[in-house]
Ligand binder design. Sequence first.
Ligand code: PMP
Length: 422
Amino acid sequence: MKRNGAIVSEHPLPGAFTPELLVLQQGSGARVTDVAGKEYLDFGAGIAVNALGYGRDDLADVAAAQMRRLIHVSNLYASEPGVALAEKLLAAAPGGDFATVQFTNSGSEANETALKMARLYATRRASAAGDDGAAPPRRIACFSGAFHGRTMGALSCTPTAKYQEPFAPLIPEIEVLPYNDADAARKVLDGSFCGVIVEVVQGEGGLDRMTDAFAAALNELCEQHDIVLIADEVQTCLARTGRLFASELVGLHPDIITMAKPLAGGLPLAATLLPKKIDDLLQIGDHGTTFGGGPVTCAVGSAVWDTVADTAFVEAVASKGAHLADGLRSLAAKYPRWLGETKGAGLLLGVRVLGEAKAAPGQEAATEPAITRLMGMLREAGLLTLKSGADVLRIAPPLIVTAADLDEGLAKIDSAVAALEE
Ligand code: PMP
């Protein structure tokens, strides 16, 4: 492992990682410090995960106490923290028809579970109706720009060539429809579909946001054809968009909701919320997990939930998001050569970065995408950010970020974009 300050190259991590990795050591609030002692304001939160920020003694105490009491039980047994967290999620989920929670460990697995449940529902519904002869519907619709994960099922619903092509063939009967196009959905969705999987804000695909009209069309079509409507809220759940669930933003009425990233404040925990009509058809052994919903992650998840699911906390996220969006719009007005539209919702926001910029010193090419150059400059200036799609600078700070932190980050973006001009 070669070190250049806190940047390592030739590291023992897979080639799918960037060759030059920044090694972080510790954090507090919305800030992290690298192994060379340099501090960064973190507008990425471990890819929209660390909802309550870093250095949380309260969460560490909950985890340590639960580890001493009971560390793991598997899904052969239940634990009190798992039951308690499931009850909280079900009580708060929009729509009110959710009956049970299947916990897993990652967003991909939560979606994998949801896709399996859509197929299972169609299969069992047919046999429950005594209709054993006809083949049950198998098709699943996903949308352009979607990201649902890297496991085979979730990847099959993630229609980006560079993610899919090396791993073909993917699972069959997946149809990709244009996002936010209600007419196209009306033309295609029918009784041959068992599931639709969709994001309210496309976290990885460029931060496009679902229109109310598209949400209404999906609600209506899924109801009409008894298609299981899956809201992938892996990135948007737990107040990230300024509502507890992003589905509430646009009036989407999903049958299944998947949640993950912020759920246990940084520990791996995911949840698939299932309606009674699916739970009623499940038989022992249909699905399972060894680690999913363990007592430690669920105990921490409950503590995170108790903080975030508070109305005042959710409203604070919405108003901090509005403040950040105003700041990004002002920067876009100031630098029309480099910055375009502001996208996203709540504290999952982005701004399109336009064109090519002079490359960083030491690069072979004379120019590079302005987004790449800008993110590098921001890191040097002590601000960690994310990308969404090809050219959107994504900002997803810990939800406990302060207005002063946001202003500091905006000032860093202002200076970096000004330097792009030179
Ligand atoms: N769905 C969405 C909307 C996501 O943003 C992600 C991760 N970026 C996933 C699924 C996959 O989650 P994981 O990486 O935890 O498998």
